[in-house]
Design a protein around this ligand. Structure first.
Ligand SMILES: [Fe+2]
Length: 259
């Protein structure tokens, strides 16, 4: 898979919901994203609800034991710590909460994030409801992965994610804000000349970020000078709107760690 360098960042006024009725705009976004453009789109989700979600997951993370489960049909919702886990394709340090469409969850996350998922599918040239049912399609399933990057070391190596029949872009919903919840680090993409484009500066709580999954990107270390304290759940929070291949699906590539 060839990587696609980032070009520029577009910050839209229109919300994710409004994009669902703007097929011309979605078409132009699709070709721009294929060529390396980055889009920031407000989700329109109530900020207070997202802060509540964060508080809820903090309580879950602090009061239940982390455990690892593979991505397969019937997998439970669960959370785990990833501290350089060799089972992951990309090295990182973050706490991850996984939600599947076949499980119940208190916040109804697949309903809440449904519009953003449908935009992801449209941008990927797919029917809007793809992968959101209770059963996998084409060997893939939607999975919401809420990721918490702790201050004092949270981050993710530079990498690319697979672009294939299942997706062009892997949207993320921002659940925290640099300047309030942490001071340094965050999401970046790489331009053709190898320079870093700091995308984080354009993002606030509730914004959805869309870019080409094949654009090299990573998470610069969150507050690297601070002491690491996983249990406090202070740092950067996002919800990743993933569509993942099942363990048994061999014909879609893996994410590639670029170090
Ligand atoms: Fe990624």
């Amino acid at each position: 898979m060839t990587s696609v360098p980032a070009t520029d960042v577009h910050v839209l006024d229109r919300t994710v919901d409004e994009l669902l009725d703007a097929s011309g705009l979605v078409d132009s976004m699709r070709s721009e994203i294929a060529a390396g453009a980055v889009y920031v789109v407000p989700s329109g989700i109530d900020r207070a609800l997202l802060v509540e979600l964060r508080a809820y997951l903090t309580r879950v993370g602090q009061s239940s034991l982390p455990s690892y489960h593979r991505i397969e049909v019937g997998a439970p919702n669960s959370h785990r710590m990833n501290d350089g886990d060799e089972r992951s394709y990309v090295r990182g340090r973050f706490h991850q909460f996984s939600f599947y469409p076949w499980n119940q969850d208190l916040f109804g996350l697949f309903d809440l994030l449904g519009p953003a998922y449908r935009v992801k599918n449209l941008l990927s040239g797919l029917p809007p409801a793809s992968f959101l049912g209770r059963m996998p399609e084409q060997g893939c399933t939607a999975r919401i992965s809420v990721q918490f990057y702790p201050r004092g070391g949270g981050g993710l190596n530079r990498h690319t994610d697979p672009v294939d029949r299942h997706q062009l872009t892997v949207p993320t919903l921002e659940l925290s804000h640099r300047g309030d919840d942490y001071a340094t680090g965050g999401i970046y993409v790489i331009r053709a000349d190898g320079s870093t484009l700091d995308v984080q500066e354009h993002l606030d709580v509730g914004d959805v970020l869309f870019f080409n999954a094949a654009t090299p990107h990573g998470v610069a270390t969150i507050d690297h000078a601070d002491a690491l304290a996983w249990h406090r759940f202070e740092g950067r929070w996002i919800a990743l709107l993933a569509v993942n291949k099942l363990q048994s699906t061999a014909d879609i590539g893996d994410s590639v760690d670029l170090g």
